[in-house]
Design a protein around this ligand. Structure first.
Ligand SMILES: Cc1cc2nc3c(=O)[nH]c(=O)nc-3n(C[C@H](O)[C@H](O)[C@H](O)COP(=O)(O)OP(=O)(O)OC[C@H]3O[C@@H](n4cnc5c(N)ncnc54)[C@H](O)[C@@H]3O)c2cc1C
Length: 446
């Protein structure tokens, strides 16, 4: 068999790359080792609830979503989170307090002390860092310990399930790092950015959950080999032979080029056969447990009038936060019920992954009940443990980027993609995979 291009992995990254290549007329094939497409995107419908066991909401800051959705003819299914999502709660001393949504609110917020509020005035005058910093070092230096603990840390937990003392500000939060680099200050940068058009239209999903997007991408591509694991790429007269395994049978294809997605170990297994110095197996991951819980509406005392809440790491809790899923999008819970989506574990609490399902459920209910004033028992729950959920762009991440640069010097038309190096959000994956496809098409002069 021969194809113009092979994409390894049918998560959002692989499917978006293959979408653009196919749209421009290339004969593209996708290998997916699992029984279903989607990778981390896992929407489950059960008992009238719609639970996202992977990503829940995606920030629409990618310029490419519109064309993808239009081409797939699913504009009518694209939904944006209700305005209520702007209200985000933070857990402090046993209760939920809304995070300030603008600078004015910040100065009146009971979350922060007067000392922290005054420190913000000094932020524009703080020098740039001279070395690569962790997110914690960066936030402490520019904003102070309290803002790190009650705003930056929980944000890092919500996005990366990560440890701010290890994540690199330069690689994990590129846009924030760029504000300091380009404007010398977060405040000056934020003001300058406000003058331009807003890069984001809000948080999106689809009526049938995020799986609706990947399912339509799958149908558009057509050429998807499920339960087919790519194992080796062998250079062959300016092209490549890719060897894989399908239902325990060997499969071989010839192709002009390969895009590799998937977690870092899966990529490393293939790449180390081409370059034994491949370091991708060193990339650390945070494991996460996602727990969707449904209640009768009347059993939850809290109004659930927001996006959800985050718990600062300083409280040492295994529960990182909770989304008010049925408040964000319609159709997530049956009439009269609400759906909450909790996430637990992360880089600081990997021990959760070793607990049994009922232990995790009981622990979560004990935490959740007083916070949200819950009286009854859950009407429904669904859980998924992700041992390797999110790659952590910690200090030292540069070494992987540099290795890839050298690799590209040696091997033309093999591309290392997915969420392991350039961005972990679904929107980042869509943007990066689109730009990768454009790059491939340019290189092929199509
Ligand atoms: C629990 C969780 C919650 C998240 N929440 C959010 C959120 O709310 N918002 C957000 O924007 N992002 C979120 N993310 C991050 C985001 O979902 C992921 O970064 C993104 O979906 C990754 O897509 P991907 O295609 O790069 O990789 P993946 O989704 O991991 O897909 C890779 C695919 O490659 C396949 N594969 C691997 N190796 C091979 C091989 N050798 N041969 C064939 N197939 C192979 C795998 O089976 C998999 O299907 C979350 C992630 C997780 C895990």
């Amino acid at each position: 068999m021969s194809f113009d291009f092979l994409v390894i992995g049918s998560g959002i990254s692989g499917l978006v790359t293959s979408f653009w290549l196919k749209k421009r007329g290339l004969d593209v094939c996708v290998f997916e080792k699992e029984k279903e497409v989607g990778g981390s995107i896992k929407t489950v419908k059960k008992d009238g609830f719609l639970v996202e066991l992977g990503p829940n909401t995606v920030l629409d800051n990618t310029p490419y979503l519109k064309e993808i959705v239009e081409t797939l003819n699913i504009e009518d299914s694209l939904i944006y989170a209700k305005k209520i999502n702007k209200k985000r709660y933070i857990f402090k001393d046993g209760r939920l307090i809304p995070l300030p949504s603008n600078p004015f609110n910040f100065f009146f917020s009971p979350i922060f002390s007067l000392k922290s509020k005054l420190k913000i005035f000094k932020e524009p005058f703080i020098e740039r860092a001279e070395k690569e910093e962790t997110i914690a070092e960066f936030a402490r230096r520019r904003l102070g310990e309290e803002v790190l603990n009650f705003a930056v840390g929980p944000f890092v937990s919500g996005v990366y399930a990560g440890d701010p003392e290890r994540l690199s500000v330069q690689w994990a939060t590129k846009k924030i790092y760029a504000l300091e680099k380009n404007y010398g200050s977060l405040i000056k940068g934020a003001i300058a950015k406000r003058k331009g058009p807003s890069p984001s239209k809000g948080l999106f999903s689809f009526k049938n959950g995020l799986f609706e997007l990947v399912e339509n991408l799958k149908n558009f591509n057509g050429n998807i080999y499920l339960e087919t694991e790519a194992e080796e790429i062998i250079p062959l007269n300016g092209k490549y032979k890719v060897i894989g395994k399908r239902n325990d049978k060997k499969i071989e294809i010839e192709t002009k080029g390969v895009v590799i997605t998937g977690d870092s170990i899966s990529q490393w297994k293939i790449l180390k056969k081409l370059d034994e110095s491949c370091p991708l197996n060193d990339i650390p991951y945070a494991g996460v447990v996602i727990l969707g819980i449904g209640y009768k509406g009347g059993d939850v005392g809290h109004k659930l009038d927001g996006f959800g809440f985050l718990i600062p790491q300083i409280y040492g809790k295994k529960l990182l936060g909770c989304l008010f899923s049925s408040s964000l999008f319609d159709g997530r819970a049956p009439y009269g019920y609400v759906l909450l989506t909790c996430f637990l574990g992360g880089a600081l609490h990997q021990e959760v992954l070793n607990l049994k399902e009922d232990e995790i459920l009981n622990y979560t209910l004990n935490e959740l009940n007083p916070i949200l004033d819950i009286k009854g028992s859950p009407a429904f729950y669904l859980m998924k443990k992700w041992e390797r959920a999110i790659p952590q762009y910690n200090i030292g991440h540069r070494k992987y980027i540099e290795w890839r640069k050298n690799f590209y010097e040696k091997f033309k038309n093999i591309y290392i993609s997915g969420n392991i190096l350039d961005g972990i959000s679904v929107a980042d994956c869509i943007t990066n995979s689109t730009e990768l496809a454009k790059n491939i098409l340019n290189n092929l002069s199509i």
